[in-house]
Design a protein around this ligand. Sequence first.
Ligand SMILES: Cc1ncc(COP(=O)(O)O)c(C=O)c1O
Length: 380
Amino acid sequence: MIYFDNSATTYVNEEVMQTIIEVTKSINANPSSIHELGNRAASLMHQSRMQIASLLNVTPEEIYFTSGGTEGDNWAVKGTAIEKKAYGNHIITTTIEHPAVNESIRQLEQFGFDVTYLPVDKNGVISIDDLKKAIRKDTILVSVMAVNNEVGSIQPINEVGEVLKEYPSIHFHVDAVQAIGKVPFLLGSNSRIDIAVFSSHKFHGPKGTGFIYLKKGRKIAPLLNGGGQENRMRSGTENVAGIAATGKALRLVLTDAISKQEKQKNIRDYLISELSGYKKVVIFSTEAGAPHILCFALKGIRGEVLLHAFESESIYISTTSACSSKNKRNSTTLSAMHVPDSIAVDAVRVSLSDTNTMQEAKQFLSIFKILYKKFQSIHA
Ligand SMILES: Cc1ncc(COP(=O)(O)O)c(C=O)c1O
């Protein structure tokens, strides 16, 4: 079996799994309970918060646990809108955000917010000039993802931050779900990022857990009201085992991150160079993109057909993004990159993790060679 669908989700690391089992078995109390067992749960959560903060070079008070990327993005966007409504009505985002951001912003449009969608070039990257032109007096939020989940394009987050240094009242939100462990991603006092969103299952942690970074001094309104957990910012009994597992998964993914990224990049570049030798293959990802994502199309063969053909050989890939694939929506990123729909429907995504090997890439390519011939003979 070859698993090449790591942008949809990753397997849970064995050590991380042990943490989930041990914590679930031995620390079953509610961290809000004031007895000894509750204290143990709260203290474990505190340790994880400190661990995550130190790995990201921020303070523990700036980390808030969530149920994952979708919640984090909804919170960043709507929490900013509610908090800053009195100061302005304008939001800037891109045409290639994940639906967790895009749909949240579309909902705000229904409530009267005005939105500028920054276009991308043919490589799926926004332009800083467009951003500069879009900023207005009433802009309250700029939301730009770090790494696109469909084609892997890396957005110029540091440059956006530089521009926003001149507009200190604007919240800068970055969806970092596909970036962490894959590309250099800096938070902390020199970074202009106010809110960054993370999801554990994208870095070998469990599903349904994640966290946001919210810069000290920045305010967003809570979306989940209730018992006042997470410093009254995000109510709901915490997933203690998931939180402990998240800390461990983050530590593991960031250990030797550079060499892991290089390994993935070598595999991805090899796949690009081999696939580009086929006349009917169109490649949408570039070598400048994140090392783990390769989006391409075999012209004339729908993405889901190619996906299932690989599946019958026990190779798992996806049609662009996992959420859109079941909804049968065309890729928003490819359409923003002006890829015609007739080609976008043929797109598939290969996404790697640090455990994939060159051997697997070679096996993938040898199956591709067979499938290519087969599809050509059918269409001849
Ligand atoms: C860029 C990006 N943002 C947000 C999400 C949503 O994360 P989650 O699955 O944890 O809700 C994903 C998941 O695919 C993603 O790729």
